[in-house]
Design a protein around this ligand. Structure first.
Ligand code: AHR
Length: 308
């Protein structure tokens, strides 16, 4: 009989074999990441998948190694949250050649060949930056004085750092009084947020606003601001992104003025996508997570129900 026609569809796992999912995580740099990891582990267990999980400690080379080992182990699906945007084509091509579908979660890659992955599930980081900027534009719409902003960027080269900066700048340029006077990476960690904020405070006499690309850096910066004898949330207005519990606590104490939510609970959507891919269903190339924004008062009201 004629050989079966070659198909680009991934073969569905036999009913008695557990689906193996290799997940290459960024690291454990923030409260957001911890919540994201827990969501993935819990959802994989609930779906009955055999999860192979690795932590890249914010290093691309470690993630590439993990992906290569998943290819060698012939897992059914590989998912990962790319630490930075660039430099993935080679390893993604290797997965494709091995017939293993890849799903991106949380962060995007800049590969022009979108056939290298099935879908990208995650937030719209540019929109998050816009929301942060819009709150500031509204707050200072009647003010004639110059507002000096310092920015704590996320990991250099990562999608959320690039996009949150872009979205914020796009919106604040409508008011010439809003000026970013210093902008540096704090690598999404509390320790770095604290360190960089200390240097911002030393170098700049008048800081009106801090825009931190995540809660953890804002929390580190708050310690630096307090140590300098200033009141976070009053002497320096603080905007951050994520909405983890510790961020909500700081906001409910008035130390963070505005939080743009970034939802880490991507596990259920990821497991659904894994199933759909293995079932040969067509899935959306981009699945955007829904999220909100919180003022200090709104964070205070939402705090008792915050799960992460
Ligand atoms: O990619 C999402 C970002 O990564 C979160 O906003 C940040 O907290 C995390 O480290």
């Amino acid at each position: 009989s004629a050989p079966a026609a070659a198909s680009s569809e991934p073969a569905a796992a036999p009913a008695d074999k557990k689906v193996t999912l290799g997940f290459a995580q960024v690291g454990a740099e923030s409260g957001w990441r911890t919540a994201n990891t827990n969501s993935i582990k819990e959802s994989a267990a609930a779906a009955g998948y055999d999860l192979k999980f690795s932590d890249a400690q914010q290093k691309q080379e470690n993630q590439i190694k993990a992906i290569r080992s998943y290819i060698q182990q012939k897992v059914d699906v590989i998912a990962f949250s790319p630490v930075v945007e660039s430099g993935w084509d080679t390893v993604l091509k290797e997965a494709k050649d091995a017939g293993i579908p890849v799903i991106l979660t949380d962060r995007a890659v800049d590969s022009s060949d979108t056939s290298l992955y099935e879908t990208f599930i995650g937030s719209d980081f540019v929109e998050e930056g816009r929301r942060a900027g819009q709150w500031l534009v509204d707050k200072y719409k009647d003010s004639a004085e110059e507002i000096n902003i310092v920015e704590l960027q996320g990991t250099t080269g990562s999608a959320p750092a690039i996009d949150r900066k872009t979205g914020f700048e796009e919106v604040i340029k409508s008011n010439a009084n809003l000026k970013v006077i210093a902008s540096q990476t704090g690598d999404f960690t509390r320790a770095k947020g604290n360190e960089v904020m200390q240097s911002f405070l030393k170098a700049n006499k008048k800081i009106d606003v801090l825009y931190a690309h995540n809660d953890d850096m804002a929390l580190g910066a708050i310690q630096a601001i307090e140590a300098a004898g200033l009141k976070p949330g009053e002497d320096i207005i603080i905007i951050s992104v994520d909405g983890v519990k510790d961020g909500f606590i700081a906001a409910s104490e008035g130390k963070i003025n505005f939080i743009v939510e970034c939802n880490p609970l991507l596990g259920p959507q990821l497991m659904q996508a894994v199933q759909d891919v293995l079932d040969g269903k067509t899935i959306e190339k981009r699945i955007v997570t829904e999220e909100g924004v919180f003022t200090s008062e709104q964070a205070k009201a939402a705090l008792p129900d915050r799960k992460y």
